[in-house]
Design a protein around this ligand. Structure first.
Ligand code: CU
Length: 511
């Protein structure tokens, strides 16, 4: 497969812009490109709030040697009960969906040996991690299965591995919740949809010794949407059900696939039996294309909550909110206080950007008393705002869609071998990024601060570290990016996985 074939295919699809937005309304009247589209399941989805919220197991190290903890994961197919009474074939890390959760410590390096037992290549990306490029999961740095002669994207710099590969994660960064997922060139959307994603937490003593809720009162929540076939399998509009030869999705879904079942930690619209106290929620939007504007509702009222962190760890101080926007790839760290809710009451986590069943995420049933689980300190962490005076270079990137040429960044489709920016190691740059349509943009290998006000002014109002940022249509967002983590080649891209598969990506190389 070459770029020209891809461009040709996109060209032939240009006229078939999808008409359904699935609760999104902000593309703007002048936007005629593809938009996310709802994929209807072939079965009746289960009643909400009947399944208990599960938690992925914490992955145990296979050995702890001086200087490094060693982990291993096998990527394989398995059958899981996701919808009550149905079996779903899943591609999972250790056969699980979501994959096991990593619990790691700041500056305690780990190595991960990943073994690919699937029939297709994989690429393994730890989203939000500062790693050397060979451990980043560049889209063409594939782990090939034992025998494979299907589609592999041409890239002379790619380092492919046979069957297994070792990734090194130094954890030399601010503690936060990262997540890992497949990043195979041209096939990220379908492979993540089939289950290749999981959560990864890093912590340090400062955070563990803080009064924030911990243990039973800290809930990692992997939120995504899926659609199902009549037999209970995941439904996805892939052009190639085997994912061996032909990349891409059916024409009408090229703007993104929206499922019609919400899964939290792999369970449909679950419920959680909660105590009358504070809970810390580690929120991840692991959807391919769905946006969430999350709120808590109790007894017909909004229940305000407190944001304490973002993609890149804790904020300086807590921020009170009624809602929070979470676009694909983003994380939020929040504390919700159930101490004032009566026993027997409920609090629903809802999505303002969807209607009907899809506006529901999960429910907390306030069922018992508890001693206080913690408090929220007034000071959370030290974040110094980056100054524009320290910027060594300004770059502009515009993400656009053209009916003839497809998805483009600065009028070019993705080419793994073309470097689109070459920041110097140790420098800080100002990137001004804009987009024809609303989209999240993710940079690998770095964190940044948003220098101007972001989405509707309520998303990036505080100084925070981010690796994924939501763009409004035709809005220019300014990112202050220190390139201090590592030298090497990394990608930046739309984090709408179907669009990413359609070449909405570019390279930077830190030199
Ligand atoms: Cu990601």
């Amino acid at each position: 497969m070459t770029i020209s074939r891809r461009t040709l295919m996109v060209t032939s699809l240009g006229a078939t812009a999808a008409s359904f937005v699935g609760g999104r309304a902000a593309y703007g009247a002048s936007w005629h490109g593809p938009q996310p589209r709802l994929l209807a399941s072939d079965l009746t989805s289960p009643a909400a709030f009947t399944v208990d919220l599960p938690f992925p197991p914490v992955l145990k190290a296979i050995s702890a040697e001086p200087g490094v903890d060693r982990y291993a994961l096998e990527v394989r197919s398995s059958r899981l009960e996701i919808l009550p009474g149905f079996q779903t074939t899943v591609w999972g890390y250790d056969g699980l969906f979501p994959g096991p959760t990593f619990e790691t410590r700041e500056c305690q390096p780990i190595s991960l040996t990943l073994r690919n037992e699937l029939p297709v290549p994989i690429a393994h990306h730890l989203h939000g991690a500062h790693t050397l490029p060979e451990s980043d999961g560049y889209p063409t740095d594939l782990i090939l299965p034992a025998a494979f002669n299907g589609h592999v994207h041409a890239d002379r710099r790619a380092v492919t591995s046979q069957v297994s590969r070792v990734y090194q994660y130094p954890n030399d960064q601010r503690p936060s919740m990262l997540w890992y997922h497949d990043h195979r060139m041209d096939f990220t959307g379908p492979q993540v949809w089939r289950g290749l994603a999981g959560m990864y937490l890093t912590r340090n003593d400062e955070e563990l010794n803080s009064p924030l809720p911990l243990g039973d009162f800290e809930l990692p929540l992997h939120i995504c949407d899926r659609s199902f076939e009549r037999n209970g399998n995941f439904k996805y509009p892939s052009l190639d059900p085997e994912l061996k030869e032909k990349m891409g999705v059916e024409h009408s879904f090229m703007g993104g696939v929206l499922g019609d079942v919400v899964l939290v930690n792999g369970a449909p619209w679950p419920r959680f039996t909660a105590a009358q106290t504070l809970y810390r929620l580690r929120l991840l939007n692991a959807s391919n294309a769905r946006w969430y504007e999350l709120q808590f509702q109790t007894n017909g009222q909004l229940l305000p909550f407190t944001q304490i962190g973002t993609d890149g760890g804790l904020l300086r101080s807590p921020v009170r909110k009624d809602s929070i926007l979470l676009t694909p790839g983003e994380r939020a760290d929040i504390v919700v206080d159930f101490s004032t809710l009566p026993l027997g009451s409920t609090a629903a986590l809802t999505n303002r950007r969807a209607q009907g069943r899809m506006s529901q995420i999960m429910r907390f049933d306030i069922s018992h008393q508890s001693k206080p689980s913690g408090t929220i300190p007034a000071f959370l962490s030290d974040i110094r705002p980056l100054e524009r005076t320290g910027v060594s270079r300004i770059r502009d990137f515009h993400f656009s869609y053209h009916s003839r040429a497809g998805w483009l960044i600065n009028n070019r489709p993705f080419d793994p071998e073309r470097i689109d920016a070459d920041p110097a190691f140790g420098s800080t740059e100002l990137w001004r990024i804009s987009s024809d349509a609303e989209h999240p943009v993710h940079l690998h290998g770095v964190h940044f601060q948003v220098a101007n006000s972001g989405w509707h002014g309520h998303h990036q109002a505080e100084v925070s570290w981010k690796d994924t940022v939501a763009l409004r249509a035709r809005q220019r967002v300014e990112l202050l990016i220190p390139f201090t983590a590592s030298r090497g080649r990394y990608v930046f891209h739309y984090h709408n996985l179907e669009d990413e598969d359609m070449a909405m990506m570019a390279n930077f190389e830190v030199i």
